[in-house]
Design a protein around this ligand. Structure first.
Ligand code: GLU
Ligand code: ZN
Length: 502
């Protein structure tokens, strides 16, 4: 069965996670249909003040980055274009004319002030105000009179009375709305601009959309769009209204919860597949046991009818965990390319906090952090110790001071480092071998050995592994740091015992 789905963003700001998930579900639905599936990207740029070319470019970049490629839309064309609503005005005008001629729509001459006055007069009653139909049944002569007076007209849809508008929703089941609650709504403003519901219905019809997967915030628009499609004699698509994404506190997801847009997640260093995987799971899963999925695995398993009805709350720790799994699964070359691409975009080498991470190549970063981080944003902190001027953190000193055999251990470690370098065996494995041998030769406990050396050379409570860190620093720096901590620690001990003597 042919599946034609569309994602229809309004490019008025950054891509919210809810929208990203809606885009993903559309893409998955199209790809799940194989060659029969078409993913359309339609830009709803009718809000001329808020839709900017920069927002459009940013949105396209983010879709490409996420891996959500489209079959019809900006940049790729297609048989149903143009794909910018701003370029489709003549189509909306033609369909409005047809609806007028068929009697499904009529001109309304009420001004904004008149409507406001009537709405105020209505305020006391219980039902929400809808257009009162003042221009619905004007005679031809009355219309001529209004036009002659130059009153600018909007076009309203003549909503059939007493109808129950029913449509299929894959997620929420069959939904029904009473047409009498809708009121005759405007489809074309007096300025000539088509309003959202009308443009959307015309486009879904002309683009032969079979499934409309969109946010549940559009549910109340659907009966209007269904009535428009019926009046135009077009098939009504199947709908799937996706629930909202909530913040961890159960309230609507927003900035105050942390990253709420894809761009922020990119900046924080999540992988596209990690983001897609985590947002896909907010409302859908393959089965109760599967968490980590590749794009291909999601395509294979996705079914819009299995999306949950209830809103899901985002869990940033789960996002971290999922992304960490994807990071670890990357082949070396893929990890390095992803790191490099991220660093090129977000790692400012002038920022002193980035000095360590910026001082090494992508392969070194991989060796140090691939098993350690959940996202690239953690890398600069973890690699701060690589900066030439990195200091020993006070918390690291607290730990070092508590290690009784510290001076002996550090002196011996320094000899291991010298030996490895002199024998041209400068690798994490050779350093590990040499250091491990010290447990026996120095007769110390492992905990008196590895962690103190690691703290001495990185100065950080949290760092990559000891042997990889030593290797990345180079023999000269490691020796300098070991020696520095050794002498310093003896001074500290001297000072401490001096004070207890008294
Ligand atoms: N342009 C609408 C929005 O950004 C989407 C409309 C639709 O999917 O029908 O919310
Ligand atoms: Zn009117």
């Amino acid at each position: 069965m042919s599946v034609r789905v569309r994602f229809a963003p309004s490019p008025t700001g950054s891509l919210h996670l809810g929208s990203a998930r809606t885009a993903l579900y559309n893409w998955l639905a199209a790809r799940a249909a194989g060659p029969e599936g078409t993913f359309i990207l339609r830009i709803e740029d009718t809000d001329r003040e808020r839709s900017t070319p920069e927002h459009v470019d940013a949105a396209l970049r983010i879709f490409r980055w996420l891996g959500l490629d489209w079959d019809e839309g900006p940049g790729v064309g297609g048989a149903h274009g143009p794909y910018f609503q701003g370029e489709r005005a003549s189509r909306y005008a033609a369909h409005a004319r047809e609806l007028l001629e068929a009697g499904h729509a009529y001109e309304c001459y009420c001004t904004a002030e008149e409507l406001a006055t009537r709405r105020e007069g209505h305020a006391a009653s219980d039902r929400a105000w809808t257009y009162d139909g003042r221009c619905r049944d004007l005679s031809d002569a009355e219309r001529e009179e209004r036009r002659a007076a130059g009153t600018p007209a909007s076009i309203r849809f003549r909503v059939p009375t007493g109808r129950s508008v029913t449509f299929q929703d894959l997620i929420n089941g069959e939904s029904s709305f009473e047409s009498d609650l809708l009121g005759d709504f405007i489809i074309v403003r007096s300025s000539g601009d088509a309003v959202y519901n009308f443009a959307c219905a015309v486009d879904d019809a002309l683009m032969e959309v079979t499934h409309v997967i969109r946010g549940v915030d559009h549910l109340s628009n659907t009966p209007r769009q269904v009535l428009l499609l019926e009046a135009m004699g077009r098939p009504v698509p199947t709908y799937a209204h996706v629930p909202m994404i909530l913040g961890p506190d159960g309230r609507k997801l927003s900035k105050r919860h942390g990253a709420a847009s894809v761009e922020e997640l990119d900046r924080a260093g999540y992988l596209p597949v990690g983001i897609c995987n985590a947002v896909a799971l907010l409302g859908w899963n393959r089965d109760d046991d599967t968490t980590v999925m590749s794009m291909e695995e999601m395509v294979e398993a996705f079914d819009p009818a299995r999306v949950n009805k209830a809103a899901a709350a985002i869990d940033y720790r789960k996002l971290d965990w999922i992304n960490g799994q994807h990071l670890r699964a990357l082949e070396p070359a893929a990890f390095e390319a992803a790191w490099q691409a991220w660093a090129d975009r977000w790692l400012d080498p002038q920022d002193p906090r980035n000095a360590g991470a910026a001082s090494v190549d992508a392969a070194t970063v991989r060796i140090l952090v691939q098993e350690k981080v959940a996202r690239f944003g953690e890398v600069p902190g973890l690699l701060a110790f690589l900066a030439s001027d990195a200091a020993i953190a006070p918390e690291a000193w607290e730990k070092l001071d508590a290690v009784e055999p510290l001076p002996r251990v550090l002196a011996a470690a320094s000899e291991v480092v010298t030996a490895c370098a002199d024998q041209d065996r400068w690798s994490p494995e050779a350093i590990e071998e040499g250091i491990r041998a010290l447990v026996g030769s120095l007769e110390v406990k492992p905990r008196e050995l590895f962690n103190p050396i690691r703290l001495a050379i990185t100065g950080q409570r949290v760092s990559p592994g000891l042997f990889e860190s030593a290797w990345a620093l180079g023999a000269g720096t490691v020796r300098d740091r070991l020696e520095h901590v050794r002498t310093e620690s003896m001074d500290r001990r001297g000072a401490a015992s001096g004070s207890t003597d008294r």
